[in-house]
Write a protein that binds this ligand. Structure first.
Ligand SMILES: O=C(O)CCC(=O)C(=O)O
Length: 260
């Protein structure tokens, strides 16, 4: 397996990793959960269609955003609830043989672990509030000693249905974030004049990132909803202080309970 892009730049797109059946199962699960959230958002804002909802989300954000209810803020910014992310339907991704081959090669280990829960997002066409500013994943995940992020789209990610932009030459083991005061997201890190690479992908592909490479969400300017999930994996030589899935025994481990 050619890992030259990952080794040199800290990220790589792997094509055709998941079977159509694996993609369809998880997509159906997430689409169902998204419909429930959309119903609730429409009820809350008194809207009837997605354009109206995006306009209402726009109006409700800005200075007041941080004072809104956490659950509402999560839905407005396209985050799936814990119940959807903990659902065993999501395990089709870590169980996929294609992904296992990629991870064993990238991480150099046959014993693999996945941080629980994964993060799933939906970005409505025109929702400007569902994007993560430029960051390194190390800043959001200090509980793991080392890991890779695997970003999996369940919809076509083309130039308009934005997914992730990766900034080249930001693959150095140096955390760039100075201010750890977190509002909803951390402040975006400075990407300077570095060229950004928008990783366009099809369902079945995945993007693997190391913990240092700077990346950001790309806005969705299409007329389609973007659905994706990001998973974090680590090999047996690394440690986590939060819940993880043992991908040998297929059980969730709580490290603090195990240590007690
Ligand atoms: O899905 C996105 O928009 C951003 C994902 C991301 O930044 C991450 O997985 O670290």
């Amino acid at each position: 397996m050619d890992l030259s892009c990952f080794r040199e730049h800290g990220y790589q797109v792997f094509r055709g990793v998941f079977t159509p059946g694996e993609v369809a199962g998880v997509r159906a699960h997430l689409t169902g959960a998204m419909r429930v959230m959309l119903d609730e958002l429409h009820r809350t804002f008194g809207t009837a269609d997605e354009a109206g909802l995006c306009a209402a989300i726009d109006a409700a954000t800005g200075a007041r955003f941080e004072h809104l209810d956490q659950n509402l803020r999560n839905m407005m910014s396209g985050h799936f609830p814990l119940s959807a992310r903990l659902d065993p339907e999501m395990w089709a991704v870590p169980r996929a043989a294609g992904l296992r081959r990629v991870l064993e090669t990238v991480l150099g280990d046959e014993r693999l672990f996945m941080h629980m829960p994964p993060t799933s997002r939906f970005v409505l066409a025109g929702n400007r509030h569902a994007g993560v500013p430029a960051h390194q994943d190390v800043s959001y995940n200090p509980h793991m000693t080392d890991f890779v992020t695997v970003w999996v789209p369940f919809t076509v990610i083309d130039e308009r249905c934005g997914g992730v932009m990766v900034y080249e030459q930001t693959n150095r083991p140096l955390e760039l974030l100075a201010d750890k005061g977190r509002k909803f997201w951390f402040e975006g890190v400075d990407t300077g004049a570095r060229p950004g690479v928008h990783c366009t992908m099809d369902p079945g592909d995945c993007l693997v990132l190391n913990r240092w490479v700077v990346h950001a969400s790309v806005p969705n300017t299409s007329d389609r909803t973007r659905i994706s999930t990001d998973f974090r994996f680590f090999p047996s030589r690394e440690k986590s202080t939060k819940h993880y899935l043992d991908m040998q025994e297929w059980r969730v481990v709580n490290p603090s309970a195990a240590a007690a």
